[in-house]
Design a protein around this ligand. Sequence first.
Ligand code: AGP
Length: 677
Amino acid sequence: MCGIFAYLNYNVGRERRYVLEVLLNGLRRLEYRGYDSAGIAIDSDLTLEAQNENGKCKPYHSSSPLVFRQEGKIESLVTSVYSEVDKLDLDLEKLFLVHAGIAHTRWATHGVPAPKNSHPQSSGEFDEFLVVHNGIITNYEVLKQTLVRQGFKFESDTDTEVIPKLAKFVFDQARDGEGGVTFSQVVMEVMRQLEGAYALIFKSPHYPNELIACKRGSTLILGVNELGGETSRHLFHDVKALTANEKPKELFFSSDLCAIVEHTKNYAAIEDNEIVHIKDGSVSILRFDNEKEMPASVQRALSVLEMEVEQIKKGDFDHFMKKEIHEQPGSLTTSMRGRLKNGIVGLGGLKDHMRTIRRSRRIIFIGCGTSYHAALAARPIMEELTDVPVTMEIASDMLDRKALIFKEDTAVFVSQSGETADTLHALEYALENGALCLGVTNTVGSTLARKTHCGVHINAGCEIGVASTKAYTCQIVVMVMIALAIGSDKLSTLAKREAIIAGLTKLPEQVRDVLKLDGEMKVLAQSLIDEQSLLMFGRGNNYATALEGALKVKEVALMHSEGMLAGEMKHGPLALVDEHLPIIVIATQDDSFSKQQSVIQQLHARKGRLIVMCSKGDASLVCPDGRSRVIEVPQVADCLQPIINIIPLQLLAYHLTVLRGYDVDQPRNLAKSVTTQ
Ligand code: AGP
């Protein structure tokens, strides 16, 4: 995925330096969404380029936009912007009463990371239309061929470049015809031609001091900061109604809330097929309908953002991943807040559907990566408490197989971001097949949250490190609570449910306890930094822990690591075992403990180099000869043990990464969530 951002100040003087910093800072906040290249477009006061080298005049009266694009992370863009500013002798103190700037950070999908493939993408000479884009245009090849036939020259390998060129084509056609065309009419016509998923922001010198954003699929937020008084919670009606509002203000577009929280708490989540037009300090939202010539104007009240600036800052930590690992006692508490009362689990988002869920023929957990692992960790308790068969689906595989799904099924979609393309496509598929769709997500207003029939937010707080940590443990807690709620009508499991609820209330304290292993995990990481590979064996409740621990190691420490089902060890992986290959065996107390003891014995018999995770006080049981390294963790209810057990592995992955000298928060080739299939 990519990050898009825009800033427009109206009736309030802002120096160019300020505008640049707001845009670049917006990108810093969105950088976790993609960090292959970045770019911005701002207004100039230069008239130098009124003609090109062939003597062609620029086709508009306003000044030309300035576009900066750079390969690499945001800080490379920052350096190149300021060096260009010097070269152009741009006045950073120049005051703008209105200024419209756009910005982009890219996760490369079409074309390698390079300035030419960075956004803003342009309509061509004189930058008549500039666009930043998050998403994928699926019919760009057809559009490109048509535009090439019309004489357009393409410079990038991106799918996005067709958009500004299409805008120019539409604009030129309209201008050559009967006359005026508004910015929103141009964008509406462009939308009519585009297929795929996108959030777009347009800037054009034909429409100075205006910005347009639109979306279909990808998330888009509008932030509003009215200066000099309370922001009115009025509804946005249409351009006319708001043109009357001359109040000084700052307006923002962003791919997510993280980039606006330091400016304002007033925001609106833009819906699919909506076009937001900012002009003369007013905001109008129009609803695009392919069938209709004229768009309907939409009323939308502003929401208040419940997020604090601290959430998006590292504070005293060196990295977001470390901060987020250490935040887990707090995030778990927030996840449970208001949901456990007098031994009863109350999940408001599910109550109207509980009867249907209980009567389901099957519960299907669907997700990708860490979210899939969280569901896998919750599966045993879901089966035990509900008596409903639970199956697992990796979203992409479910779609590849066109797996059978029925209207009697409850499909549980798990996604931290609520934006993952594979998961969202699987959701569409499940909806088409009539299943009841339940969402478990961290992102309020995300597509997953909006398109599922019902759901539960995990409330883990903003997770910025690409490696998911606190969202994982909160997802498990939420799914355990869902299992408790579904199974709450069964007398036979009452004692078990009471024990779990008691366990949940103590959990944050025990997580705090296990976080004290930080130093020990650093020492362990030190002993592993030069290894090529690291295996992890788990089973039952902790099969997911092995998979998730290994995913953390490979994604951030860039070391090969595999999580394996311990029961499968003797069916193949045992051949890998020797005195060199490090193997972590998860053997905390639960029904599988004795089986894990026997696995440990078999590994010892092959001279395996073991690191055993066990419950406090069990070291002598898992390692009678004292030859293996042992990680002791607090023992909790079996279904909550994966939450405790993953924490030392998160810390291990973190320290391995730092010691190996890799980027913890922005691992190579990855982005926070993957909005392409
Ligand atoms: C987690 O560390 C990974 N970055 C990745 O596996 C992630 O969990 C996956 O892409 C799914 O993302 P989602 O939870 O936002 O859907």
